[in-house]
Design a protein around this ligand. Structure first.
Ligand code: AVI
Length: 323
């Protein structure tokens, strides 16, 4: 009979690192890229010329801010603009500036798990847009949305920019969208970015830049294990590897062990063997076509109100409403 060992984990990170490194093939969730170092590296990624996603969405928001503002305010109604994972707010500021210039009545409620990210964002917004009413919400998206719902019934516009949805495979994306849908009323809107299928070379370059920023971002998950769980990964002994399947639209990031090695992670009392060229899967970045987006919306109880796109249809911001 097999003996099951009960391990008491202090955090979800510990549990997921343990489970992901003791299974085959090995994997870790890209959710854990984002500690302080990872947040900074992601800012650098967004400023890289190869990472077209940020520019495309920036241009869509700039070109369509008047139409978007009109849709949000539905004439002239008060609303709450809620943002899931706001980051540095570079793209959101285009909308915020426009909404303020038009004197729309709204409160901006960025939600983020990181208090540091929220603080930096709040400070920069106070400085750039002193008229803005901002109420940062620290916590997970769902906890914060529940709290916002409990506070009062003002119409909600929920932003989820940057193709963050693409870091979830379809089943998980449907589950995520369904949970958002459950926390919405029929008048509310969900504004969500999708990176579209395009020249596979463009996609591969975006996730495999020559300067090595994306490689450092991917390897930060190992460095984070070293910092927080007393691991001894030598990040030099891993290769950042990106693949893109143009049929499914899935881009996948791996860390590949360049040689056989044994890693110890003190805090978990764990040693992990890697064979030479063994893979550790860390992230998916899904690319979409219109049919797939329609299916995702429909399966999670949404209907599509409209979408905004650049001329080349390289990126799309969709507006969903609860059915
Ligand atoms: C946050 N997310 C949408 C990014 C993406 O494109 O999948 C994260 C990223 N990974 C590597 N580069 C950027």
């Amino acid at each position: 009979m097999q003996k099951t060992v009960e391990i008491a984990f202090e955090t979800k990170f510990e549990e997921e690192v343990y489970n992901g490194l003791t299974t085959f093939p090995k994997h870790l969730s890209s959710m854990y890229f984002y500690d302080e170092t990872g947040d900074k590296l992601f800012q650098d990624i967004m400023n890289m010329p190869e990472y077209y996603l940020t520019d495309y969405e920036f241009n869509i928001l700039t070109a369509n801010k008047a139409k978007i503002g009109h849709l949000f305010a539905r004439g002239d109604q008060r609303f709450k603009l809620i943002e899931l994972g706001a980051g540095d707010g570079k793209k959101t500021k285009i909308l915020l500036k426009h909404l303020i210039a038009k004197s729309y009545e709204f409160t901006y409620q960025p939600i983020d798990i990181s208090p540091t990210v929220l603080k930096v964002l709040e400070q920069s917004l106070h400085y750039e847009l002193p008229e803005l009413q901002i109420e940062p919400q620290q916590g997970t998206y769902f906890e914060a949305l529940k709290k916002i719902n409990a506070a009062n019934g003002t119409r909600k516009i929920i932003l989820f920019l940057g193709s963050n949805i693409g870091n979830l495979m379809h089943e998980k994306a449907i589950d995520f969208l369904g949970r958002i849908q459950q926390l919405m009323h029929t008048d509310d809107l969900f504004f969500v970015g999708f990176d579209m299928k395009k020249d596979p070379n463009t996609i591969l370059n975006a996730y495999n830049d020559e300067t090595g920023i994306t490689a450092a971002f991917n390897k930060n998950i190992l460095a984070r294990i070293n910092r927080e769980l007393d691991g001894n990964f030598d990040t030099e002994k891993f290769l950042h590897w990106e693949v893109y399947d143009p049929e499914s639209g899935t881009a996948k990031s791996y860390l590949v062990a360049k040689e056989a090695q044994t890693i110890s992670i003190e805090k978990l009392g764990l040693t992990v063997d890697f064979q030479a060229w063994e893979t550790l899967h860390t992230e998916i970045s899904q690319k979409y076509d219109e049919n797939t987006i329609e299916k995702l919306a429909q399966k999670s109880g949404f209907e599509i109100v409209c979408d905004f796109s650049d001329d080349a249809q390289g990126f799309k911001d969709y507006v969903f409403r609860k059915v």
